[in-house]
Design a protein around this ligand. Sequence first.
Ligand code: ARG
Length: 446
Amino acid sequence: MANSLWELSESYSFDHVLYHHDILGSKAHVQGLAEAGLLDAEECQLLLETLDQIEAEFDRGTFIRADADEDVHMAIERRATELAGDVGAKMHTARSRNDQVATTLRLFTLDALAGVSAATLDIVGALIEVGVKFPGAYLPGYTHLQRAQPVLLAHHLHAHAWSLLRDVDRLGDARQRMDVSPLGAGALAGTSLAIDPAFTARLLGFNEAFANSMDAVSDRDFVAEALFDLAMLGVHLSRMGEELVLWTSAEFNFATLGDEFTTGSSMLPQKKNSDVAELARGKTGRLVGNLTGLLVTLKGLPLSYNRDLQEDKEPLFDSVRQVLLVLAAMTGAYRSMSFHVDVAKAAADEQFLVAIDIAERLVERGVPFRQAHERVGRLIADAVTRDVALADIVAEQPDLSAFADLFDPGHAVRSRTSPGAAGPVAHGRQLVQLRAAIAEASARLS
Ligand code: ARG
């Protein structure tokens, strides 16, 4: 083989991380061959022990790649033949690297996504902890990044928690759909030998075996779906990152991250930068890129296996790794965060954030909402043109004398009482729902 082709096509350099799942697949395959009478009990036992030994070599870091090992699958088979002789050479009976790699990658992805789900539940836990640590804290809620209405800090953070729980749910759905064993599909068309794909599927803990051998070896929709779910999770983390960047700026000054979660500047001694949040924001580019790249690779591929499919691995490995890095660091950052309760409160008690409460109290008196809205609009315009506090303008109105309490600090957030709203009463109910959703997600994961 030309050196340039070798360098183009070898995948051991990145797919060796699949060794554990590949050996799992091979052990099931070997037992399937014994079940089919293609290996005797002694041969089966020898191969299982040999595979365990090879796994131990990988675990210890003593496995040595031979020059001709193109990928992890060939490396393991070559080593098995070295160790077990002719019996090793029987291991690939009724199997192709095409069904082998598809099996290995499904097993890997199932585990990897479970790990991401667990780490996502950790950050959800950290968001809840922050809310508990600053009970009653509130801040302005924004639309268009303009102050809109006060919201409880916990309510704000739990908005992210709900997004992340949907990510966990999506990862669970993807895992359920990919829980199908391709082993036994062979190169593309199955085999004349009497193997039973359902038997090996059961041994590997898959829900079921493939129904169509060509589909089994040729589709990587499960990788694309994993990459979408990881990208979506990354997009959520990027929004949280952007928020932390804003909150920790001098302009907002709502929060500070613990020293161990900030970095200094090589030039400016006073700097305390929220790099963790910026990287959470920045990593998303490659997560989206990995998804797009694989979709383009898959587009237009004829049935069944094509070597293009080898391009599924690096994006998957990269997205899993990057998401895990961001999740761990952001979880730590939230746990280390101090929330500047008084600064946020002062911003949220800004008088115009009470405007809707004035209108809603008029509605309670029977004023049609549009008319109430218009009247409050006029009061605000008056406050702005005369440069007088809105509370004073309202106090000047004879029929609004009972409205003074609306301007009490925290009144506006306390009166957000409708189901799912941003105030403390509704929040208590939400917390119960949130904890139930977390328990359900954890149960599905285990
Ligand atoms: N390294 C290959 C991959 O990742 C394994 C399958 C190779 N199959 C083949 N027919 N060349 O897809």
